[in-house]
Every structure is written in C-alpha cells, then in structure tokens.
Design a protein around this ligand. Sequence first.
Ligand code: ATP
Ligand code: MG
Length: 433
Amino acid sequence: MSFPKEMLKTVIVIHYHELWLKGRNRKFFLGKFLLALRRAFADFPGARMRQPGDRVVLEFGVNAPVETVIARLKRVLGIAYFAVARSVQRGSSDDLEVLCQVAWEEIAPLEFSNFAVRAKRSDKSFPHRVDEIERHVGRYLLEKLRAAGRPVRVQLDDPEMTCRIEITPGPMLVYARRIPGTGGLPANTTGRMVCLLSGGFDSAVAAYKMMRRGAHVNFVHFWGGGARPGESSVHVARALVECLVPYQFTAKLYLVAFEQIQREIVRSAPEQYRLLLYRRMMLRIAERIARRNHAQAIIAGDSLGQVASQTLQNMVAVGAASPMPVFRPLAGDDKQEILALARRIGTFEVSEEPFHDCCPLFLPRSPALYASAADLAEAESALDVVELAKQATEASVLEKYSYSSGRVERVETGSAVLNIVANSVGQLNQQKA
Ligand code: ATP
Ligand code: MG
C-alpha cells in the first residue's frame, strides 16, 4: 500500500512538565519557554511552531539537519522529553490503515515486553475517536509483533513502550522514541544570581543546576599570579561560560585579579585561615557584583565534607562574610553524581584541562577545619576588607557572552573594560599595565 508520507519534513513533538503546575503563572512560564525555542532556532526561518494541547510541535522544512535540531533541543530548559515524529499527510479514506503501518515502522526496531498506544486528537474533525484509534492501531501492532514471534502484551498502565499518535490540524504524527530533555523550568524565569566560577568541575555544575531551575546566572572568576604564560585559569573560565551560555542565551563573566588580595591576607592573617579568608573576600566581591546586576543570591560549588574548606563549620563561617544568601546546590551531591552531570552538560572536558588555580597559593599544610565566623572576623581584622573588595571589583574585567543561531559570541564592553584577548596571566598582566 502506498501512502503520502512527508518523511522529508522533520517534525518534533516536545513535552514539557511542571509548567502547568504554576497556576496563574503558567502563561508567563510558557511564554518564556516558547521564546527560548524560537531563539534556539532563530536561524531556521522555515521552522513552524504549533501548540496542540500541552505539547509543542516544531516543524522544519525539508532536509533539516536532525542531529543539529536534537543537539539544540537538549539545551532548551524545561523540556521533559521530545521525539522526532513520523509525519503523515491526512486525507485518504484509509487514514487508520496508514497510521497502523507507520506505527509499525516506528516500533518494530524497539525492544520492549509490553506496550500501549496513546492517541490525541487536537483536530476534532478527524472521523475516528481517540479510543477507536488506540484500539485499532494497538490490535494491529499486537498481531504484527506476535507474527514476528515476539512475546509481547498490551499494558495500559505504565507500559515499557508507548506508541503515540497525534492527530493535528496539519499532518498525523507517530512517535515512540523519547529523547530526554533537561527538565526543570524554562530559562530566565525565576530570578538573577551570580556564580563563583572556578575552573574545576563543581562550580560549573552548580551554576547549571540553578539555571535549570530558571535562574539567570552571571559569573565571577578570580585568577591569580604565579602561573607561567599559558597556565592561567582565565581560558578555562571562559570556556565554561561558553558551555553554559546556550542554556540561558546571555551571560556576563567578571574576571577579578586576586593576587594582591591574597598577598594582603598572607601578610596580615594567621596561616591556618588563609583559604577561608580568600573565600570570604571572593564572597564580598561577588556580592558587590551581584548588587550591580540586581541579582539576589550567590551560587558556590561547595559539597559538604568534600575538602577541608567545606566542613559545615567552615562553610557557615565563610558564608557569614556576606549578608547575601549563598546557594550551594551541590551540598548534598557525591563527586560521582557531579561528574556525571558535568559530562552531560559538556563542562567535564573543559574542567579536566590543566590550569593554574589561584587558591593553593601560599596555603599552609594544615588548614583550619572548624573555624567560626568570629575566628575569621578576628583573623581579618587588620585588613580593610571593604576597601579591598571595592578596589578589586572596580578593577574587574567584564565580558559579555551571547548565544544565537548555534554560536556563542564574546563581546568586551564598557570604557573601563580591558580588551583581554590573551590566555595567560603573563599576557593579561602586560595588557593591564
Ligand atoms: P570547583 O570544582 O568548583 O573548583 P572545588 O571542589 O575545587 O570546586 P574549592 O576549590 O574549595 O572547591 O572551591 C569551592 C567553591 O569556591 C567553588 O566551587 C567555587 O564556587 C568557589 N571558588 C573557588 N575558587 C574560585 C575562583 N578562582 N574563582 C571563583 N570562584 C571560586
Ligand atoms: Mg576549585
């Protein structure tokens, strides 16, 4: 039997979750979600978007690059899952038979021991009811599977495989293979935050976790001296921001020279508290940057008990340096979980690169494990922490990143801003001079 397939057109069915939970805000979240989809495919002028019920159907022209489309959808926050659908033109008197055949093509290669067919009809003019479609196609598939010697059964409750059929006002869609999305909430819906971004694995993952909850995140990175040319951490921080910006379309990166402050701390404070005092200064500077950006909270990549500076006592004592809330979304995660997520979002390879971390500079062999906020306040009493934070913030370099049409662009901005094109601290210093 021949039937008019539209197999050259790529049609994607997108399922989102959670958005509908948001009651009166649903419209706002959905608007942001659709905006993100439009931005993700701004360079596909032929793409069409429709919303039959609680789904979004994206239709691309002939010969759309399916792999590119899939890769981009994996970075649109708020998608529960999506599917590349088989699309069939309606109109023949044999619509049900056509659906049976296309459904069989879709599910034949899949492994499962029980299944269900689920149909939805956003075009009520279709002459068959939903239960009729489900029963007819389900029976057909069961016969085909049995004939092929496959011991499967129909299971309507929590089936291993669901063959979905959508009767839209346009084509009929059939799909069974789900590609998981990021989940979470749409980008830029829940507020602004600033992330303390090192070059390691943790803080990039921490930023992603908050972005996935709808936060818009800007980044602060502290770089230090003592590196040989080419060994700075700046290039790693930049590459991490480049990995993360597609999820939220824009991001700022503040690069803060930290060595001067470290020297001040080393000169005037007890050795055992050095690292914790570095962190308190980082927090104060991040707070200033956050206020400048109307952000309400700071993100850090600490995980409880992971290293000496991340005992509960030390985290609390560091956090006391700023009145701004500090979110530590990895506090309860194991390293393995963090690394698995880093692999999924693409930051793993970047964080794996060797770079010069400013923190180990001048560190003692036995750092304090259980400092209190009072201990640290006392330890830094000889420092003018407000002035130091102010100066470092003023001298910071701002880079703006944006993502569109599948590409990340970096723009240096502002008159006081230095045009850093170099990778290394040596070159950076030259430019600053
Ligand atoms: P990461 O893998 O993110 O570097 P970590 O496990 O190495 O984390 P630490 O080095 O103790 O932990 O840092 C704890 C947190 O402090 C980091 O997750 C990050 O949020 C912040 N931080 C550390 N170093 C820097 C830096 N150079 N610039 C900005 N933030 C930093
Ligand atoms: Mg680190």
